[in-house]
Design a protein around this ligand. Structure first.
Ligand SMILES: Cc1cc2nc3c(=O)[nH]c(=O)nc-3n(C[C@H](O)[C@H](O)[C@H](O)COP(=O)(O)OP(=O)(O)OC[C@H]3O[C@@H](n4cnc5c(N)ncnc54)[C@H](O)[C@@H]3O)c2cc1C
Length: 433
């Protein structure tokens, strides 16, 4: 600590797909040698990779078993961890402000705190955008945080329990047919098949009605048309009812109302459409876009601010003038984290920061154990390669393994994989509580 006391303080707020690999890399590169003091701040004390939230929601993975404990990880990787929720940044005094930390009974554990920084990295992600649609906040489930995914899991299990008891079908309506909605729709089918196996004899996949509602003309609008068509076809084979060109105008306790006057009834309502960065970002006096993302320079510095850097979903990075901002994806956050880790080394050596260029490596969508589809970017001609089935599934799973390897290194990742296999021998295939 003595060695680092005069070293620059790099504070990273948000330990998700971008912030956590960045803290890990900086801790190993700079923190270990005492060249910088790295602190990670997150409103949670454990990390679960967000692209797996739909699996947490259905019980396909146990968020406790797959979680990383920030404090333990920090000790192994030469950075510090501070629990807290960012509520403001004092840019004059170069301090962040963290809300009082409360326990589950709303008792204050820590008061409001201020933490100084020399460089601040904002990596606080995004959440669903309800576009001010009436009833959505009151009646819909979201999958933006682990707590919401756990809550979904509880509601899903209880709905299935009640339907099995009453010998009734279960109906679930999902708004938004991006990757989250599509993957969730397929995962729900798998979960109900498992529940049948674990004793819900009146409930089976034929009695599960999943409605997937999309305002645009096709599902997976950000992916290629071929991937979209293949996923649409597979979902219909599973029995998912897909509605395209369907605008939801209201959420009610018992279903969604659409612009063309339909009422899509459901026991559970899920909102997985659009994204919005946390509102706190629009209070910092920095340039934001209409969904609160901070506009960044090619160096990932917030526009007009040399000591604040922004990565992941909360950054609006426009690759070329007039182009759309980069999509909110794990690969975007990871690539930004990799660039910034290298860039900080330059900056601390008194050199200019590096500039970011995004490389689209393609996209993969998992339809649970039933199928996977996606496209990879070809290196030579820059075209898309359509992939499906076993290869797509293997590549999809490897994305998570690469994330783990960035956090634990490959030997520990292999160990985790082996432990996961053993767990499958002694635990149910679905989290049942
Ligand atoms: C169900 C689901 C499936 C997805 N599937 C895919 C996929 O297959 N492929 C893909 O590329 N992308 C996928 N995504 C999108 C992907 O998860 C995000 O693009 C990615 O996680 C963004 O990384 P990030 O670091 O910007 O934010 P996150 O990973 O969301 O991390 C943000 C972190 O900031 C913390 N935080 C938030 N607010 C505060 C605050 N005020 N103070 C302190 N800490 C705060 C949060 O606790 C969190 O740890 C999926 C998303 C969901 C929800």
């Amino acid at each position: 600590m003595d060695k680092t006391s005069s070293a620059p303080r790099i504070v990273i707020v948000g330990g998700g797909a971008g912030g956590l690999p960045l803290a890990t890399r900086l801790g190993k590169k700079l923190g270990k040698k005492g060249r910088a003091h790295i602190t990670l701040v997150d409103s949670n004390t454990i990390h679960v990779w967000k692209p797996r939230f739909h699996e947490v929601a259905t019980g396909s993975i146990d968020s406790e078993l797959d979680a990383l404990d920030y404090r333990g990880h920090a000790r192994l990787n030469h950075y510090s961890f501070e629990p807290g929720r960012l509520t403001g940044v004092d840019r004059d005094s170069k301090e962040i402000v963290l809300a009082p930390l409360l326990d589950n009974d709303d008792r204050e554990v820590l008061p409001e705190r201020r933490m100084p920084y020399d460089h601040l990295v904002l990596a606080i992600g995004s959440h669903g955008n309800d576009f001010n649609t009436p009833g959505v906040r009151q009646h819909c489930l979201f999958l933006d945080t682990r707590a919401q995914a756990d809550r979904f899991h509880d509601r899903f299990l209880n709905t299935c329990l009640a339907a099995n008891f009453a010998d009734k079908p279960v109906s679930i309506a999902i708004v938004g047919a991006g990757a989250t909605g599509v993957e969730l729709a397929a995962e729900l089918h798998h979960a109900v098949a498992m529940l049948h196996r674990y004793g819900h004899k009146q409930l089976n996949r034929q009695r599960l009605h999943v409605h997937l509602i999309e305002a645009g003309p096709r599902i997976l609008p950000a992916l290629t048309e071929r991937v979209s068509l293949a996923a649409h076809h597979r979902l219909e084979e599973l029995g998912v009812e897909v509605y395209t060109n369907t605008q939801v105008t209201e959420a009610r306790a018992d279903g969604f109302v659409t612009a063309d006057g339909r009422h899509i009834e459901a026991d559970l309502l899920v909102w997985a459409a659009g994204i919005q960065a946390p509102a706190v970002l629009s209070t910092l006096g920095l340039e934001t876009n209409r969904v609160n993302q901070l506009v960044v320079e090619p160096t990932l510095q917030a526009s007009g601010e040399s000591h604040i850097w922004v990565i992941g979903d909360c950054a609006s990075f426009i690759p070329t003038p007039g182009a759309r901002p980069l999509p909110p994806r794990a690969q975007t956050a990871q690539q930004m984290a990799t660039l910034l880790a290298a860039s900080f080394k330059q900056v601390l050596d008194g050199k200019a920061p590096l500039t970011f260029s995004y490389r689209d490596r393609g996209s993969l969508v998992s339809l649970s154990k039933y199928s996977s589809v996606g496209s990879l970017m070809g290196n030579l001609k820059g075209g898309h390669w359509f992939i499906e089935g076993w290869l797509a599934r293997t590549m999809y799973i490897s994305l998570y393994r690469f994330h783990q390897a960035a956090l634990y290194g490959w030997p520990r990742t292999v160990l985790l994989l082996v432990m996961g296999r053993f767990n499958r021998l002694v635990r149910p295939r679905l989290k049942l509580h």
